[in-house]
Design a binder for this molecule. Structure first.
Ligand SMILES: Cc1cc2nc3c(=O)[nH]c(=O)nc-3n(C[C@H](O)[C@H](O)[C@H](O)COP(=O)(O)OP(=O)(O)OC[C@H]3O[C@@H](n4cnc5c(N)ncnc54)[C@H](O)[C@@H]3O)c2cc1C
Length: 473
């Protein structure tokens, strides 16, 4: 009888550099791939935008797998129960997966490993989702890192495994799709993205060839397209971090004049590993502040303010532009993510977890490590104390990073007629300027929902009551 191996796909929807898939294909004569929409209660359900991406990505992966002779089954249920059925149905004697790092996911995986190993199934987990496994990188005192810069130094000195090759095989007919009808709101998001492994590779190639040279100076300007936009591809594992790492290193080797820019890009990629380091070593980073004292912070219950923030109706143009970009595209530029997160958690004093959940639902790159770790970092309760306490001013930040107002004009078109001088603060414009631009505050565009100076002081008071130091930007 042919030996059969089952590959349980999770955040790794690619053929290349997929160690679990490569091992299964190397060891068994027949391979079946399985994706499970897991219903285990301990696991965080995927957000709406992520679910849209996932369905498209599974279709792409199903076709790619069929091209090398592997059928992809997509099931829903508790992972353990679905796997048990699949093992019975296929007669598989081996089960492979690439690791995931959240405490709840690890607990599910450990239970499954114990159960199926005891039943004689060769159960093997593989490293495939980060540059370096989180337990392999530690301080001189054998502890997890809590500051990025030394983490990055150590990471850079660590050998990053080379990507493994794509398995080959004769193609088969693609099993019937799962007939998922995307929600109508997803149509707008679909307009902005190409999903799947080939699209991810093409994006990386284009980014290295045309953009990376301008990345260090350009990455902070939201109107420019000078970042890679690889984040949703990384989220679903359509490309691996180590593929990016090695491709970028090879590019720098051929273009030594761009080595500094590549290094900056890879240091940002390393922030992703740093987030996974936190996800692995901490309990429940989406809910528990990493600095204990923040549990005491007196967050405001302000549903109307929260809603205005979510809808991009705060009266602060760069905040509204960011929130509308998010709603429209499932993505937001990193600089603006920082600004909207600071505005919510500091100026509005609304619990960062509320913002994290909104992002979780709306981002196509909503990531179990990056999203909560970044929210905690901006709110001040995360790891790496630099900057320990910072309140971004949305007006001065807008003037600095969107000086001509291109980003605001793209997402807040009702302000597009304002001169650059007032594009980030329509509330400071003389009434004749507003009238010329067709803006009526409170009617065509909201008045500012809070006073920046007062709310900044309130945040400083609330935070300093916790005994934190303060600095501003
Ligand atoms: C409040 C907040 C929430 C965020 N939520 C997410 C999230 O859910 N998912 C997500 O992938 N990123 C998140 N980020 C980090 C960052 O904004 C995005 O990774 C980045 O904007 C993605 O765009 P890009 O792929 O063009 O990035 P590039 O600048 O091209 O960077 C390449 C890759 O490096 C990683 N990276 C870059 N910057 C960071 C960073 N600051 N922290 C961690 N990894 C980084 C990402 O994987 C990114 O795709 C968040 C940041 C903030 C401030």
């Amino acid at each position: 009888m042919l030996s059969t191996a089952l590959v349980w796909l999770r955040n790794d929807l690619r053929l290349q550099d997929n160690p679990a898939l490569a091992a299964a294909c190397g060891q068994a004569e027949h391979v079946v791939a399985l994706y499970i929409h897991e219903t285990d209660e301990s696991l965080r359900p995927i957000g709406a935008a992520g679910r849209w991406w996932l369905d498209r990505s599974l279709e792409d992966m199903g076709a790619a797998l069929a091209g090398i002779g592997i059928a992809l089954r997509v099931e829903t249920g508790s992972a353990e129960a679905v796997l048990a059925k699949a093992i019975e149905a296929t007669g598989a004697s081996a089960l492979h997966w690439n690791r995931r790092y959240g405490p709840a996911e690890r607990s599910v995986d450990a239970g499954i490993k114990t159960r199926f190993s005891a039943a004689g199934i060769a159960t093997q987990s593989h490293p495939g989702n980060v540059l370096v496994e989180p337990w392999l990188i530690q301080t001189g005192q054998n502890r997890p890192y809590s500051v990025f810069t030394p983490f990055w130094k150590t990471l850079k000195g660590t050998e990053i495994p080379r990507p493994v090759g794509k398995p080959e095989g004769p193609s088969i007919a693609q099993p019937k799709g799962h007939n998922h009808t995307p929600p109508s709101w997803a149509l707008k998001i679909a307009h902005y993205w190409e999903v799947g492994e080939q699209a991810a590779q093409a994006r990386l190639t284009d980014f290295l060839a045309e953009v990376v040279r301008d990345y260090p100076e350009g990455r902070d300007f939201p109107a420019k397209t000078l970042t890679s936009k690889l984040s949703p591809h990384l989220r679903f594992g359509e490309i691996s971090a180590r593929q990016i790492w090695h491709a970028a290193q090879a590019f720098a080797h051929v273009h030594p004049e761009q080595a500094g820019a590549v290094d900056k890009f890879l240091s940002e990629l390393a922030w992703r590993d740093f987030s996974y380091h936190q996800l692995y070593h901490r309990d429940d980073i989406a809910n528990v502040p990493m600095h204990d004292k923040f549990a005491e912070l007196g967050w405001r219950h302000a549903p109307k303010h929260l809603q205005a923030w979510q809808r991009g109706q705060t009266g602060f143009p760069i905040i509204d532009a960011g929130m509308r970009e998010l709603w429209e595209t499932g993505y937001m530029h990193n600089r603006v993510r920082m600004l909207v997160a600071s505005f919510l958690s500091k100026n509005l004093l609304i619990d960062w977890r509320q913002g994290e959940r909104w992002f979780w639902d709306c981002l196509v790159d909503a990531d179990a490590a990056n999203n909560p770790a970044s929210w905690q970092w901006v709110a001040g309760c995360g790891l790496d104390a630099a900057p320990y306490f910072r309140i971004f001013n949305p007006v001065t930040q807008g003037e600095r990073f969107d000086a001509r107002g291109d980003y605001v004009r793209a997402w807040v078109p009702e302000l597009s007629g304002l001169p650059d001088k007032f594009i980030h603060q329509p509330f400071a414009a003389p009434s004749s300027v507003l009238a010329n631009a067709g803006v009526t505050l409170g009617t065509t565009y909201p008045k500012p929902m809070v006073d920046l100076k007062t709310t900044r002081q309130q945040a400083l008071d609330a935070y300093s009551a916790l005994g934190t130091a303060s600095s501003t930007d």
